[in-house]
Design a protein around this ligand. Structure first.
Ligand code: ADP
Ligand code: SF4
Length: 734
């Protein structure tokens, strides 16, 4: 189909400094965990976005020097010629698709753990890091020689970037990096010309930009990513005050070819990577929209906002908010988003659901994966392309039982590969447990996980969907007539309080009773008796806090009890922790951490503190050593108990079929596989990955077992760059 003319503006070229981007789609710098140490994964992941139409594709944060070492978080690095070799492949892949490659130059001062390099970062005032207060991190206060040395580090990194083939260098003045540490009053205690007034505090940032302009600015664009408001009040950066005044100052120096603007700092990263539970599309607009009026027509502005709808993008452009649409997560969820708009296939866009699982992977010091796009990060190591599916040489018929995330994904990929698929579910609609999730408070955007797959499945003529059928038994499956069977029957919340803490049910907790409920029961309308409700959360992600909020909104007095150190502990990885806590506080939801349930009787939940036993180890009775155990208990008034303790696989159908393996041949069933939560109940991204992988590898010798993937690591016996004893270019003034 032809492109809708109202979207033409999105495909206009934009010039900044010496470069011109072919359209207005900019893949903002974002973390992956691939860094420069996984060059294949990095290059193919970024190259896929260029192929999908993003005119500029940037790296993640890229450390310019071993003094700014984020290990165990994996950043890109431009420390030496080895990094040049590895990042060159990224640039080649991006250029192959006519896009520009950008690298974000990063020096993190006091917040650099330096756990690999063991060097000491320099900073404005020699203060401890507030981002990692428990790690005993301090920067070394920089004198003017140090400042010149650091600026030289930026220049050397930019020169390496040019060698690698990058088209633009973006100075990170975001996420509390060094330029911000000089700019912010709270960090900058200096009394020299780099401290005091705004102009003085801005000097370092502006000098870095000026040095880069001078060194590479006629060949590479020199840009910055700047947070106009750190969203934490006075003494930091507020957009109507120092945020915009700084933009005026830097702009008047003429050292910045393009501004990418955002809000939030390292501590409040969740305001930049705003999750859909707390922030809706283009939430940063009030804080960033004035930048354009300061920098004028000749200097483009990039604005982010989890844009997935071309209409929202056009509105942002036409309103004068920005010239370029920046996106990290929408480009992860759908690298082909620009192409789909260009081809008039807007309904095919795999819209980001704003779950921040991608961020969580990085925060767990792991590798980026995406809930919506299971091919993310698999482009190189598994050779997966998000839009291309190898046609099956000899497609057979496949019955998929269960239309949750796993079953939908598997049926969709099998369908795209040419198999004849019957997707059957006893529920009247697609989506499995995710239908409930999308109705939790704040989780409406999660529903895109279902709607994207529904649209794709409905387009596939070789896929039939049978919903609202009686639950299938092993007899039904064997007699169905399919060549192969995939079981995707999901999981359910434990009805007896089984959880990870003690791996046993909680005495008296039985969801058959009126006073005990599971999330499924709440979502299907089971009445919550009484006033005082306890949510027992052993899951630690969004379900516990969602149930607590839902019931608080109904006027219940809610207490959330968890065995973990923090409420919704996993949300520290998704960057939702601060706002989860604010929400609980605002809604008067009390919480108790490091406790678990001992027993329940209507009216009273009895808890125990996880660390109630003695610290010392003693001879508790002759010959038997151990802790002195305590039977101390804490009672909570509790009219209704909500069990968010663990999920239990619906594994019976697969087990029945496996037990009847001898009958498969008689029924001409060649194979039975299981995927998703019925195999092991995990987060939705894993269920989707499971379904996707099985469908991609459906003809392998043992499809239930994944094929090996390429592992990127140094193979012994091959040389390294640098070698021990090599010289490092001097950065100190002589
Ligand atoms: P996953 O996350 O693994 O995809 P879900 O729990 O979301 O799993 O979805 C499982 C789906 O399987 C549910 O919609 C459920 O109605 C369906 N289902 C479970 N058992 C059967 C069965 N025996 N026959 C048909 N559908 C089933
Ligand atoms: Fe969006 Fe979630 Fe994918 Fe991240 S993981 S890109 S937030 S859908």
């Amino acid at each position: 189909m032809a492109r809708n003319p109202k979207y033409d503006i999105l495909f206009e070229p934009v010039t900044f400094g010496p470069k011109t981007m072919r359209n207005r789609f900019w893949q903002t710098s974002h973390c992956t965990g691939y860094g420069s140490d996984r060059p294949g994964t990095q290059a193919r992941f970024r190259g896929m976005k260029a192929e999908g139409g993003w005119a500029v594709v940037c790296t993640e944060f890229c450390s310019i020097h071993p003094e700014s070492d984020e290990y165990p978080w994996h950043s890109a690095r431009l420390w030496d010629d080895g990094d040049v070799v590895n990042l060159r492949y990224l640039c080649d892949e991006v250029h192959r698709h006519r896009s520009l490659a950008g690298v974000q130059l990063w020096y993190n001062g006091m917040h650099s753990p330096c756990l690999e390099s063991r060097e000491v970062a320099r900073g404005p005032s020699g203060l401890p890091s507030n981002v990692f207060p428990e790690r005993c991190l301090y920067d070394a206060a920089a004198d003017e020689d140090d400042i010149r040395a650091i600026i030289h580090m930026y220049v050397l990194a930019a020169k390496r970037a040019e060698q690698a083939g990058f088209d633009l260098v973006e100075v990170s003045g975001a996420d509390s990096t060094l330029p911000m540490q000089f700019l912010e009053r709270r960090y900058n205690r200096r009394s020299d010309r780099y401290g005091g007034s705004l102009a003085n505090r801005a000097r370092f940032y502006i000098e870095v930009m000026a040095a880069l302009k001078q060194a590479v600015g006629d060949r590479l664009a020199v840009t910055t990513r700047f947070e106009t408001d750190t969203i934490n009040g006075e003494c930091r950066i507020q957009h109507f005050d120092e945020g915009l005044h700084f933009v005026e100052l830097m702009h008047s120096e003429g050292v910045c070819d393009l501004w990418a603007v955002k809000i939030g700092d390292y501590e409040e990263w969740g305001e930049d990577a705003g999750s859909s539970r707390f922030r809706k599309t283009n939430w940063m607009r009030p804080f960033v929209s004035h930048v354009k009026s300061i920098v004028g027509a000749s200097v483009p502005v990039v604005s982010n906002g989890r844009f997935t709808s071309p209409d929202d993008m056009v509105t942002a452009l036409r309103s004068g908010q920005c010239d370029v649409i920046g996106a990290a997560r929408p480009s992860i969820a759908d690298p082909f988003l620009p192409t789909k708009i260009a081809e008039g296939r807007v309904e095919d866009i795999r819209e980001c659901i704003g779950c921040n699982i991608c961020v969580s992977r990085m925060q767990q010091q792991a590798l980026l994966s995406c809930t919506q796009n299971p091919t993310s990060g698999e482009e190189y190591r598994r050779g997966w392309h998000p839009e291309h599916f190898e046609p099956a040489a000899d497609p057979c018929s496949v019955l998929v039982v269960g239309a949750g995330p796993a079953g939908m994904e598997c049926a969709m990929v099998l369908g795209k590969r040419g198999y004849t698929v019957h997707l059957r579910d006893c529920a009247p609609e697609l989506g499995g447990h995710w239908r409930d999730v999308a109705r939790y408070p704040r989780c409406a955007e999660y529903g895109r996980l279902i709607s994207y797959r529904q649209i794709q499945l409905e387009k596939l003529r070789n896929v039939e969907m049978h919903l609202g059928i009686p639950a299938m038994t092993a007899d039904d499956v064997l007699q169905y007539g399919a060549d192969k069977v995939v079981i995707a029957t999901g999981a359910h919340w434990a009805t007896d309080g089984l959880g990870a803490e003690v791996h046993r049910p909680v005495a008296g907790a039985d969801a058959e009773c009126a006073e005990v409920l599971t999330p499924e029961q709440i979502m299907s309308g089971k009445r919550v008796v009484g006033e005082k409700v306890v949510v027992l959360d052993g899951d630690g992600y969004f379900t516990g806090v969602a149930m607590a909020e839902l019931l608080a909104d109904q006027g219940k007095a809610v207490t959330l009890v968890t065995n973990m150190n923090m409420v919704a502990e996993f949300s520290k990885y998704t960057m939702e922790m601060p706002n989860n806590k604010r929400m609980l506080h605002e809604k008067g939801i009390r919480f108790l951490t490091n406790h678990w349930a001992h027993s329940f009787v209507p009216g009273r939940l009895r808890l125990f503190y996880l660390y109630r036993d003695s610290a010392g180890l003693y001879e508790v009775e002759p010959g038997r050593w151990g802790r002195r155990t305590s039977d101390e208990l804490v009672d909570l008034e509790c009219d209704a108990l909500v069990l968010v303790t663990a999920r239990v696989p619906n594994g019976a159908l697969y087990a029945d079929l496996k037990a009847r393996r001898a009958e498969w041949q008689r029924h001409e069933v060649q194979a039975v596989y299981r995927i998703g939560d019925c195999h092991a109940p995990r987060q939705a991204l894993n269920a989707i990955f499971d379904g996707h992988r099985l469908a991609r590898e459906f003809e392998s010798a043992h499809p239930q077992h994944p094929l090996p993937f390429i592992r990127e690591r140094q193979l012994w016996g091959h040389s390294t760059i640098p070698q021990r004893g090599d010289l490092r270019p001097a950065v100190e003034p002589v």
